[in-house]
Write a protein that binds this ligand. Structure first.
Ligand SMILES: Nc1ncnc2c1ncn2[C@@H]1O[C@H](COP(=O)(O)OP(=O)(O)OP(=O)(O)O)[C@@H](O)[C@H]1O
Ligand SMILES: O=P(O)(O)OC[C@H]1O[C@H](OP(=O)(O)OP(=O)(O)O)[C@H](O)[C@@H]1O
Length: 344
């Protein structure tokens, strides 16, 4: 098996490109917050497909891959069981899946079952890379003007959430800490006293409607939380979109190829190319400001005593970098967008 995809298509894919056989399955969120950024990433990586309306599978035209459009929250289950080799989803959903597997493991141990969860095809997912979008936090929220101030005030109360297993883990740890600090050497209670209520959406309405005393839900700008009259009192998990892979993908060479293309697109989005001319004696100072990823590229200019420099610079730092370059005497500073990259 080559480490990198060498252009040789799987035999069954080459013979029948309109079939699923021989194709690596890649799960993409079918709707919601991550969909558009994920599609932009696929386009940047030249993964060409046409999604027929109402069909959740799309065959990729130029690679032996099929895209499977699934709810973001379900993608870690499909990847973790090895049904799909690659996926794009949020770290929050990966953490929730891992917590559900852990809960299954605990339940089996407590009930004396000896079958390991791995026998149910639960192998878990591996994070390949952070994709740099979809940042949010899973937070414990309570009514702004209510009686609850700190997380431990919610012990024994009702908590609404779509992240049932992470909420259970969070409150179990909280109860354990409180019990230990209040006990006189007695063993902390095993059973969770806080009631976790599973809700599939609009979780922020649960407190106002009397279903819950507090919630565990995602926050990005905080606008939804504020509009519902809630405030955050703790963070359970910080999240952003990630590329995940199964432990034993059907074609590791294709997995590496896709990962490398996506990494190239992300780097291109993060950096710009900065070019400028500077007197040779000012080059050490200028090179310090624009060290590049490896080192700046330096070319001689026709004009005696001057050099041309080009270097990758983080987009978010470019204004300051241009100010500093001007200060050390750089001239003709140009900033260019990078369409794609493959760097070391
Ligand atoms: N406000 C947000 N800002 C940034 N990322 C978010 C935000 N809300 C959710 N996400 C990320 O996007 C993922 C999918 O959430 P989203 O609410 O879009 O899912 P969905 O599939 O439409 O589900 P639902 O039907 O429950 O809304 C989340 O798991 C999280 O990683
Ligand atoms: O802090 P904010 O920027 O306001 O974002 C937070 C909201 O975004 C998500 O919901 P989404 O709008 O995707 O819809 P949903 O409630 O149907 O999941 C999340 O569940 C919050 O409700």
């Amino acid at each position: 098996m080559p480490l990198y995809y060498d252009g040789d298509l799987h035999e069954s894919f080459a013979n029948n490109p309109s079939s699923l056989e021989g194709r690596l399955l890649f799960a993409v969120p079918k709707k919601g917050r991550l969909l558009q950024a994920a599609l932009d990433l696929l386009q940047g990586a030249d993964i060409q497909f046409r999604r027929e309306s109402r069909l959740d599978i799309a065959l990729v035209k130029n690679l032996p891959i099929a895209l499977v459009f699934l709810p973001a929250a379900d993608i870690p289950t499909f990847v973790g069981e090895g049904r799909v080799s690659l996926g794009i989803t949020g770290q929050d959903t990966v953490a929730e899946h891992a917590a559900s597997v852990e809960a299954m493991r605990r339940e089996r141990a407590e009930s004396g079952q000896s079958t390991p969860v791995e026998q149910d095809n639960v192998q878990g997912c591996e994070e390949v890379m952070d994709l740099g979008f979809g940042s949010c936090k899973l937070q414990v929220q309570v009514p702004e003007k209510g009686q609850y101030v700190k997380p431990s005030d919610l012990i024994g109360k009702n908590i609404g959430t779509s992240f049932v297993h992470l909420a259970e883990e969070y409150f179990a740890a909280l109860e354990r800490d409180v019990d230990i600090s209040e006990s006189n050497g007695e063993k902390p209670a095993k059973k969770l006293r806080t009631k976790i209520i599973e809700l599939s959406g609009s979780v922020e309405a649960a407190c106002a409607l009397g279903v819950a005393d507090g919630i565990v839900d995602l926050v990005e700008s905080g606008e939804t939380m504020k509009a519902a009259g809630l405030k955050a009192i703790d963070t359970v998990v910080s999240s952003s979109a990630v590329l995940i892979r199964s432990k034993n993908p059907s074609n590791p060479a294709i997995v590496n190829l896709i990962a490398s293309r996506i990494r190239g697109v992300i780097t291109a989005q993060k950096y710009v190319l900065c070019q400028y001319n500077v007197r040779r004696e000012s080059l050490p100072a200028a090179a310090k400001i624009t060290p590049g990823k490896r080192a700046p590229t330096i070319n001689a200019l026709e004009e005696e005593g001057w050099v041309a420099v080009s270097s990758m610079v983080e987009k978010k730092k470019i204004a300051t970098v241009m100010d500093e370059l001007t200060e050390v005497g750089a001239q003709d500073i140009l900033v260019l967008d990078i369409a794609n990259t493959r760097t070391g």
